[in-house]
Design a protein around this ligand. Sequence first.
Ligand code: APR
Ligand code: PHB
Length: 394
Amino acid sequence: MKSLSTQVVIVGSGPSGLLLGALLHKAGVDHIIVERQSGDYVLGRIRAGVLEQGTTDLLDYVGVGARMHHEGLRHDAFALIFKGAFHRINISDRQGGKHMTVYGQTEVTKDLMDHRSKLGLQTIYEAGDSVAVHDFDTDHPRVTFNKDGESYEIKARFIAGCDGYHGVCRASVPAGSIQNFEKVYPFGWLGVLSDTPPVYHEVTYSNTERGFALSSLRSNTRSRYYIQCGMDEKVENWSDDRFWTEFKTRIDPDAAKRLVTGPSLEKSIAPLRSFVAEPMRFGSMFLAGDAAHIVPPTGAKGLNLAAGDVNVLSQAIVEYFQEQSVAGIDNYSSRCLRRVWNAERFSWWFTSLMHKFPDTEGFGQKIQEAELDYLVHSEAALQSITENYVGLAH
Ligand code: APR
Ligand code: PHB
């Protein structure tokens, strides 16, 4: 067995693992990332694309913000459609100039990966299903894996479980030491990416009697659209034509007339889930990002929550090594969970307000329309939705 050692082993090289690596490196803490898949696989995943200012600040702080500022789009508002009418909601005017940045998660991942290779930081890709975590109830945890016919062991002081919802870290915690909270929604999102000019230039959420739709974008020439679909729907049954025909019924009539359609570059169905694991620390192992929690995508909080976790975690680990203080690592879980539950609540509420639920029928639709009508006419409600949308201070 080949043996390596470092201060922190990060399991998973999604946005959480990569950003944590960048933050630790900046503070002079050594780490190694172990990733199950290849780099190309990680980059091939299409996810949301709306960044809060706290997230863009962190990307700037680690020195990977240049392309994001150049190619990302600054958004001062989002919009809601209900009963066929379009309502623009200004965020910056209500939230002291705070705004969102539209920049795909794939691009964030690419920028962080390029940064790692420029700095020569070690990422072990294609470690496969053999990755295992050991002894995290002690001060000398280990991560083992096999690669190219060789067995490896990495000794470290800490393990950071940044390995997503299906990762090995959370799954390795004894059942009695962890509590899971979960809600599965009775629908999914069918998403299409296409090189067509976006029908709306700001992120627009539609509530319709046929179900939810979302109009988003990646640039002025690339659109990202979603429609609510049944849980058991198969993507093969959705031709591009069928998607566009359905999508048109879920935007306002003027937009439907000007909508430019085109071939899909990517088309996929994602289930919707709310999930939180408590606590987020188990001795020398911490969970961060999707490994610890999932939000439904309405409101695009997933990546922003992950960035918040690794910010807190990097500070705690740096404090441990530089000041020999355990205060940060002892508070990690409770500090994160407060912010996580806030975002869980908002994502659940926004999902519940905008989607068609199979069990509530006409009454549910009317109640949603009444709430939406209240929302767009009440300054108090607009303050609340924009405050949450832009990301609660923590
Ligand atoms: N060993 C090593 N790596 C693993 C293992 C394992 N056993 N299991 C999973 N991984 C890797 C995955 O291949 C993936 O690259 O961990 C990574 C986890 O990445 P994400 O799922 O993207 O999770 P995270 O980095 O926390 O990103 C959170 O991504 O999923 C979206 O909506 C979410 O925007 C949020 C963000
Ligand atoms: C996206 O652009 O993919 C997106 C935007 C806003 C959301 C979710 C996803 O709420």
